[in-house]
Design a protein around this ligand. Structure first.
Ligand SMILES: CC(=O)SCCNC(=O)CCNC(=O)[C@H](O)C(C)(C)COP(=O)(O)OP(=O)(O)OC[C@H]1O[C@@H](n2cnc3c(N)ncnc32)[C@H](O)[C@@H]1OP(=O)(O)O
Ligand SMILES: O=C([O-])CC(=O)C(=O)O
Length: 472
């Protein structure tokens, strides 16, 4: 173990030297780095034993420490507030929002490598951060871009499976079918079948997750072009990074759209473990279902309108307001529209959250992007007005715990602005991004040997009896 710790220390030093050298000039940096500095799997191989020891120590020294009391409300209320899962890649603070390995979104936008100076982070950098807990250098990010590109070939049968569905099937249905078809190539399933010991299962998990992440852009763009562009697909451009290539394969090459896609994929990647898509992937993975099976489950959860599909619903709602009232809508007309929505029994999509209690920082950074690139966009201006109108109304209902907007209020209108106006497609892009968070944690789930997930459930009768006995 000391050997591994030593290796990690050497690697950290090398990485620091490399980073310093980068600031002095690329040549020195290139001379100093070794092949393993640029290889994500080698970095993980060094990190894993340290983290396994850490978990063992946590269990043996603090295993019996209590983390709170479970109330009947919590059991009946969707397990809100119950700490019940280990999730290493990110943590959500109700007030501040998401931190990826300790870094907030504004911090990530400052420190993660970008494609253009002062631009949006490259999602490959976020993936590196999620997996290793370290901010990568630009060279590490470029190496990972190349690795993902090299893994991105999609077997022909995947497209046949998608083509077997009616073209009218929802894009999320076609996307999940594609993911299930990718599963045929699972390294994990083969390795498990061949008896690979538990301690080594993270390695085929890594292979599957990286392949999955790499293959989602061609699958996602195939679905888009099949449904909306007469099936005329576009080849990948080997010179582009992950998100730019996704945008290119969808058919959008405007440099501002490439930047948007980098931001979009970065900010949607992870949101701690309890959200529906992440939790589902983790739960299914705990049965040692392979990463494709696990992630297909995530995407099915994401397709629900209270979760990822809310971005579709939020944009449709914005468009419906303009359709009904025109773009010069007054505050009073907006108030009436919000009340009409609520009184018809609907929720206001894009507002509220299961955990957040302030405006989602992912909303705020998308707003910053809009102010920079599309301040005059009518849907953006409408959303800005709704920011004033919706929260007081939701508060007036007296039951909504968070009246502020979430990520889904904003993402659709940005894509729409650059021509990706097919609202029903938008959640697929959320899904591409979420593969990075779910995949990273799945690798750590197997590296740490996390157990089968199986919380206890009870019946109403059980609860009634328990409460009666407690009162007696
Ligand atoms: C990426 C993401 O998944 S972000 C979330 C995306 N989803 C949406 O934007 C959909 C709209 N928002 C909502 O429906 C909710 O706020 C959720 C699903 C996100 C969170 O749900 P909860 O944790 O149950 O929220 P909360 O505890 O505040 O709910 C209390 C009540 O307020 C209602 N409420 C919460 N948010 C809203 C809203 N935006 N519009 C109308 N009613 C709302 C709930 O439906 C619930 O009503 P009920 O008691 O009659 O069932
Ligand atoms: O955290 C949640 O419950 C939902 C969410 O914002 C996400 O998954 O991105």
């Amino acid at each position: 173990m000391a050997f591994f710790r030593g290796l990690t220390a050497v690697s950290r030093l090398r990485s620091r030297m490399a980073q310093e050298a980068t600031t002095l000039g690329g040549v020195r940096w290139l001379q100093m780095q070794s092949a393993s500095d640029l290889d994500l799997k080698s970095q993980l191989r060094e990190l894993i034993p340290e983290q396994q020891d850490r978990l063992k120590k946590l269990k043996s020294e603090h295993g019996k420490v209590q983390l709170g009391n479970i109330t009947v409300d919590m059991v009946l209320g969707g397990m809100r507030g119950i700490i019940g899962m280990l999730w290493e890649t990110s943590l959500v603070d109700p007030e501040e929002g998401i931190r990826f390995r300790g870094l907030s979104i504004p911090e990530c936008r400052k420190v993660l490598p970008t494609a253009v100076e002062g631009g949006e982070p490259l999602p490959e950098g976020l993936l590196w951060l999620l997996l290793t807990g370290k901010v990568p250098t630009k060279d590490q990010v470029d190496a990972l871009s190349k690795e993902l590109l090299a893994r991105s070939t999609v077997p022909a049968h995947v497209y046949k499976v998608i083509d077997a569905l009616p073209v009218t099937a929802h894009p999320m249905t076609q996307f999940t079918a594609g993911i299930m078809a990718l599963q045929v190539e699972s390294e994990f399933q083969k390795a498990y079948g061949n008896g690979l010991p538990k301690s080594k299962l993270w390695e085929p998990t890594y292979e599957d997750c990286l392949n999955l992440i790499a293959r989602l852009p061609p699958v996602a763009s195939y679905v888009y072009r099949r449904i909306f562009k007469d099936g005329k697909s576009i080849e990948a451009d080997d010179s582009l990074d992950y998100a730019a290539n996704l945008s290119h394969m969808l058919g959008f090459d405007d440099p501002r759209m490439l930047e948007l896609m980098r931001l979009h994929v970065t900010i949607h990647a992870d949101h701690e473990g309890g959200n529906i898509s992440s939790h589902t992937g983790h739960l299914v993975g705990s049965a040692l279902s392979d990463p494709y099976l696990s992630f297909a489950s995530s995407v099915n959860g994401l397709a629900g309108p209270l979760h990822g599909l809310a971005n579709q619903e939020a944009l449709l709602w914005l468009k419906s307001i303009i359709q009904e009232t025109g773009s010069d809508v007054t505050t009073d007309q907006l108030k009436d529209y919000v009340w009409k929505t609520l009184k018809s029994g609907k929720v206001v999509h894009g507002f509220g959250h299961g955990v957040l209690r302030r405006t989602d920082p992912r909303y705020l950074c998308q707003r910053e992007f809009a102010l920079k690139y599309l301040p005059e966009d009518p849907l953006f201006q409408l959303l800005s007005k709704l920011y004033e109108v919706v929260p007081p109304i939701l508060t007036e209902l007296g039951k909504v715990k968070n009246p502020w907007p979430n990520v889904d209020a904003h993402s659709g209108l940005l894509l729409n602005h650059f021509g990706l106006s097919e609202t029903r497609y938008h959640t697929v892009l959320f899904g591409v991004s979420r593969s990075m968070g779910v995949g990273s944690q799945l690798i750590w789930d197997r590296a740490l040997g996390l157990p089968l997930e199986r919380p206890k459930s009870v019946t109403m009768e059980w609860l009634e009896n328990y409460c009666k006995n407690k009162a007696a």
